[in-house]
Design a protein around this ligand. Structure first.
Ligand SMILES: Nc1ncnc2c1ncn2[C@@H]1O[C@H](COP(=O)(O)OP(=O)(O)O)[C@@H](O)[C@H]1O
Ligand SMILES: [Mg+2]
Length: 349
């Protein structure tokens, strides 16, 4: 095992990250929309700031940060925040078995992601920050303000100039949200990530399930899937709706069901089965609701499917043609009536 030396900016082979002004343009090719958020994150990183990305799951926080890190060739250290993330899991520890034999020698130290990031100038991406135990948060506060870390029996480590912490959290997470102290907020900039527009969500779904796009009825089903997930976000019986991940899964399943059943993508039951399987576990109903998740999805599909697909095309007007006009981000039970307000499915890509 390598001997670990306290690192200073002077003796460390820094990755020397350059968040150039062209970073935003390069990242734009990999992330659908989000120009403003990418700019804000890059600006904060250029300014040497730590950052909190706050938004519901599936709003592209991880994808955006990964795209930025890859664009500037900065190593990304990914840590899942949870109640088990003790300071020693984050910083590192002396191998307990070997401590008994050898004592606290640097050779038996095992790096954790925080020390590795600090030393190597990584972007430390810490998800679910609000689930992290208090003492670990306190440690992060110290690292953020001092840009150094003292590890008992090992030494003092100065942060590489490229080191940054980017944390993410879901503001609606029921676990521990209230615990995040002012001391943490006071040391981080914050970028809110809300759901994107219907057109952008169609673009994301199309990018994630490209083999659906070329299929007959594929673009229309993409539009319907996006309308469905958006409708779950403000349905009166639903407490937690679906992110665009639900639409991505719906489409992937529909393509496979189409192969298994020999049916086209406009098939009502095929779409409903795909929707139910993709989304019934994702959405959460209010405790007071007497309905099941399956009921609610079936009800929404019964409105959304006809607003996109004709059961039988009439007057030479194709189902796809009609639906492209209505490929929208409707919500609640009023999907069909809102469709003129947004760009078409085709424009959305
Ligand atoms: N703006 C976007 N551009 C491209 N893909 C996106 C975008 N937003 C979300 N996605 C896709 O949606 C899924 C969820 O995104 P993710 O970044 O994991 O969300 P979060 O980290 O906020 O939970 C991923 O498959 C991702 O590729
Ligand atoms: Mg994520």
């Amino acid at each position: 095992m390598a001997t670990l030396e306290p690192v200073t900016a002077a003796n460390n082979p820094s990755v020397d990250v350059d968040y150039g002004t062209d970073t935003v343009t390069v990242v734009e090719d990999r992330v659908v929309g989000r120009r403003r958020e990418v700019e804000l994150v890059v600006a904060a990183l250029r300014a040497g700031r730590h950052l909190l990305l706050e938004g519901p799951p599936g709003t592209g926080k991880s994808s955006m940060l990964r795209a930025i890190a890859e664009t500037v060739h900065q190593p990304l250290e990914f840590v899942e925040g949870n109640t088990e993330l003790t300071p020693s899991r984050l910083v590192g520890y002396f191998d307990p078995a070997q401590v008994l034999e050898q004592g606290y020698r640097p050779e038996i130290w095992i790096d954790g992601p925080l020390l590795r990031s600090l030393r190597d100038g990584c972007l430390l991406y810490l998800e679910e920050l609000n689930r992290v135990p208090e003492e670990t948060l306190n440690l992060l506060v110290t690292v953020m303000s001092e840009r150094e870390l003292t590890v008992p029996r090992l030494g003092r480590f100065e942060a590489d100039p490229s080191f940054r912490i980017v944390a993410a959290m879901n503001p609606f997470d029921a676990i521990g949200t209230a615990r995040l102290s002012g001391a943490i907020y006071d040391r981080m900039c914050r970028v809110a990530m809300s759901y994107q527009s219907a057109a952008e969500e169609r673009g994301i779904a199309a990018a994630m399930v490209p083999h659906a796009v070329d299929r007959t009825h594929g673009p229309v089903l993409i539009a319907a899937a996006v309308d469905l997930v958006r409708a779950t976000r403000d349905h009166s019986e639903i407490r937690i709706g679906s992110s665009v991940r639900g639409a991505i899964d719906l489409l992937s399943l529909a393509v496979e069901l189409s192969a298994l059943r020999g049916r086209e993508l406009d098939d009502y039951d095929l779409g409903l089965d795909a929707a139910t399987t993709a989304m019934s576990g994702r959405i959460r109903l209010h405790d007071s609701s007497a309905a099941t998740a399956e009921d609610v999805i079936a009800e929404l599909w019964s409105t959304i499917h006809p607003s996109h697909f004709d059961p039988v095309p009439t007057n030479g007007e194709s189902a796809a043609g009609r639906s492209e006009e209505g490929a929208t981000g409707g919500s609640g039970g009023k999907v069909a009536s809102r469709r003129a307000a947004e760009p078409t499915a085709k424009n959305g890509y």
